[in-house]
Design a binder for this molecule. Structure first.
Ligand code: ADP
Ligand code: ASP
Ligand code: MG
Length: 402
């Protein structure tokens, strides 16, 4: 079998943890598998590097930031390769560039365009274990890029697709996908399987156990994706698969929490055609991802516009907002919000799912300030201080522990 394995930050957080990863890899090689490993930076390393940059400025140049951040995963890939070699296993580390990962030039959240697998293929043919530094690629003109936070998951899935691997196993510090973050709800239940679409929603809505773009790509390339634990490698994980492979379709499969959004309220906005287009085009041009948007019905030629952006992009967004001073009476920035979401493919065919969510939050006196829905999810913005309570309340309301 050709396996792509990915080990996240905590799984490579210390030299001993890297030795543990080497043992998992050695077992597979001894079993006759061909192995490509993707590694993250040691835990805390990427955040530390960001702090270093922010010592100088709150808005460091994205290209320079990528140069800096890409170093974290290179350290781990070399260390894992060094220990495998020292134990008599043939291994070679590769940066994103050496692995042939070509991206667009959208620095700090680049998209993979093509993967030139020749170099990797040769190493595999020579019987080597390849240890790829995750989270990075290179533009066609040779600049290093990174793939967004959690981007090593994407590296792994993309490599599994490009190499036509039999499986892509994402090793982390929990043993699979649960009905909600098991660190928030202790009786969260582990799922044996989950559909790509539900996993994509959970990931996009804040469940960082898998990066959302990696799930999107796994669905597109039909990659057999497994989430499992590097601490308990013998415990079977959760399979992320096509909806038709799942027999039992619960109405609600999981609850996600996202504390990384900030809310921008623009009050007294001139109510004329093209205003929203101007605002959101300017934000898009600055590479800022806008999530929920609520506009109230205009009155007296004015309207209010509320939307959310990632907290990490708030400073950039403030710069963009300052160009709209003359069209707006007042702009309010709120850093202490959270978004809780319920996700489930079964929602498509059931009514009353939303009212149960609103009702159970109301009972706890939790105010909902924004709502958005799709076929398979309901998201609500609330005050950050109630976020854990809201997740527990919803988990109980839909009896997800049963
Ligand atoms: P890694 O560093 O290995 O990439 P992450 O910290 O990115 O790991 O993701 C793993 C974490 O995701 C877990 O420790 C857990 O707290 C969190 N998590 C959030 N939602 C879920 C969920 N539904 N199921 C499992 N883990 C979840
Ligand atoms: N090291 C990067 C991050 O912390 C990428 C990853 O771990 O997947 O976001
Ligand atoms: Mg991660």
């Amino acid at each position: 079998m050709l396996k792509v394995l990915k080990f996240g930050g905590t799984s490579v957080g210390t030299l001993d943890r890297i030795s543990n990863v080497a043992n998992i890899v050695k077992n597979m090689v001894d079993n006759g598998d061909k192995v490509v490993v993707v590694v993250s930076a040691m835990s805390g390393e990427t955040n530390k590097l960001i702090e270093y940059a922010e010592f100088y400025t709150k808005t460091p140049d994205d290209r320079e930031l990528d140069m800096l951040l890409s170093t974290g995963e290179r350290v781990t890939s070399a260390l894992l390769s060094i220990t495998l070699n020292a134990q008599g296993y043939k291994a070679t580390s590769m940066s994103g560039r050496e692995a042939g990962i070509v991206t667009d030039d959208c620095h700090t959240k680049a998209r993979i365009e093509i993967i030139n697998t020749d170099h990797m293929q040769r190493a595999l043919d020579e019987g080597k274990v390849i240890v790829v530094a995750g989270f990075q690629g290179v533009t066609t003109d040779g600049r290093v890029t990174t793939l967004g936070r959690g981007g090593s998951d994407l590296t792994a899935v993309a490599l599994a697709g490009a190499l036509k691997a039999d499986v892509c196993e994402i090793y982390t510090d929990v043993d699979g996908i649960y009905t909600t973050d098991p660190r928030i709800v202790s009786n969260a239940k582990k799922l044996e399987k989950i559909s790509y679409d539900e996993m994509l929603e959970l990931a996009s809505l804040g469940a960082k156990v898998l990066q959302n773009r990696s799930v999107e790509m796994a669905k597109k390339l039909n990659v057999n994706l497994i989430s499992r634990s590097s601490f308990e490698p013998d415990v079977p994980g959760t399979l992320i698969t096509k909806e038709e492979n799942i027999m039992e379709k619960p109405i609600v499969s999981g609850i996600a929490l996202d504390k990384n959004q900030a809310r921008i309220g623009m009050y007294g906005v001139t109510d004329k055609p093209g205003m929203a287009a101007n605002i959101f085009t300017s934000l898009a041009d600055a590479n800022i991802n806008v999530d929920m948007i609520v506009q109230t019905i205009g009155k007296d030629g004015k309207t209010d516009l509320d939307f959310t952006v990632p907290k990490t992009e708030l400073e950039k967004a403030k710069k963009v907002m300052s160009t709209f001073d003359k069209d707006v009476e007042n702009i309010d920035y709120n850093n202490s919000i959270a978004k809780v979401s319920i996700v489930g493919v079964g929602m498509k065919s059931h009514s009353g799912v939303a009212s149960k969510a609103f009702g159970s939050l109301a009972k706890e006196n939790i105010n909902i300030s924004m709502i958005s829905t799709s076929e398979i999810k309901i998201s609500m913005v609330i005050d950050e201080k109630y976020s854990e309570l809201a997740v527990r309340t919803l988990h109980d309301a839909y009896e997800l522990d049963k």
